[in-house]
Design a protein around this ligand. Sequence first.
Ligand code: NDP
Length: 453
Amino acid sequence: MCAVADSYDYDLFTIGAGSGGVRASRVAAAHGARVAVAEEYRVGGTCVIRGCVPKKMLVYGAHFAEDLEDAKQFGWNIEGKSFDWVRLRDHVLNDVTRLEGLYGQTLSNHNVTIYRERATITGAHEITLASGQVVTAKYILIATGARPHVPEFPGSEHVITSNEAFHLDALPRRVLIAGGGYIANEFAGIFNEFGCKVTIANRSDTILRSYDAALRDRLLQISMVKGISFLFHAEFEHIEKQADGSLLVKLTGQEPAEYDAVMVATGRVPNTQGLGLETIGVATGRNGEIVVDAFSKTNLDHVYAVGDVTDRVQLTPVAIREGQAFADSVFGPGEPYAVDRSCVPSAVFSHPPIAAVGLTESEARNQLGNIKVYQADFRPMKHVVAGRNERCLYKMIVDAANDRIVGIHMIGPEAPEIMQAAAIAVKAKLTKADFDATVAIHPTMAEELVLFK
Ligand code: NDP
């Protein structure tokens, strides 16, 4: 069945209702396109359903462990405090359901048809739904995201990923987290604050590889002081489930050790299997990612892809921008435009969090040669009063040739909240002198950004 030019059922069929797919669908519809979206799991995608959003709620929940402890020095007596994982878990899951409803409503309000089932591409302009229904579309957008990568080894069926972490019946007493990236460090912080004994095992000796070395070292040091153990050059050999339900884990270079749960956070792989890409010849790369140009167009003129499935920058706000740019470019009145991926700020919601924008010190040295590095290493007032020996580290990297700030890196309470504003300045190519000319807000942690000497 091949539809002729203007007789397609839809102008756009989006596969995947995550951050990128929802934005693209609703904006295309607002531009007047007839749009349908298929989602096999839950509307909202990884970010809303089992990523950024519920994770941040757990981070908030976890941080109370320190706040309640610190409260003593501020005069508060908190007797008999205890933590109820199931209460927090269910509250978080209920909120996720609320948000899922809002995402669905947004689509419906824009007259986007939602198919709550799997969709497969079965012809150049043809999509077959799990129910057997066949629809046609002028354009196809693939926004199917990514899924956790789980290495293959004997006993790998016993591990969980971040997907399952939100649904645990009970907290594990001892948890091993494999990986040293975003998810490993964020969940290590969460579980540790909840009182679990956390061990991180990474294949190399570097955590959070893309971040500035000084911040990585600071997080490592603080995490160890908080009680998180780290094993490096440690990869899975095998896992055995024991009679009592615990897991006996053998890692390279380590004696076998027992854990109650093993969570794998070793990157995410694009969801491209079984989509029918080969049926119409959509080109994919080495990791199965869909290869696209700057406008998110695949090798076929009417097939586009946005978000994690393209394995460019695996961040929600970037996927949203890609979806917006695609919809504006293909269905809007203006000229096509590409997403500007320079100076993308990012954060790791570890305990304490890290935030960064621009070049790290070593990247700046390599790329620019002559740079100036400013650093503030300080204990925030709240920690001083609380008696918490945990220091913040802020770094500013400046191009010595023109005084322009090319990078800011922070670890400490609220670093991501502070960074969002600072990132505007870096993106706008402001100079160190511009920061110096700005009066501090005192007393804050953020004032350190305008007081670098
Ligand atoms: P990351 O890419 O952050 O880290 C992956 C880690 O796993 C690294 O330490 C890496 O080691 C290790 N690793 C990679 N491949 C293997 C392998 N085959 N076997 C063993 N270890 C391996 O991945 P995450 O899973 O933590 O997160 C996925 C993505 O999701 C992130 O890249 C990020 O884009 C996004 N995300 C963003 C968040 C945020 O914005 N706050 C939060 C959570 C996720 P090495 O570095 O030594 O190679």
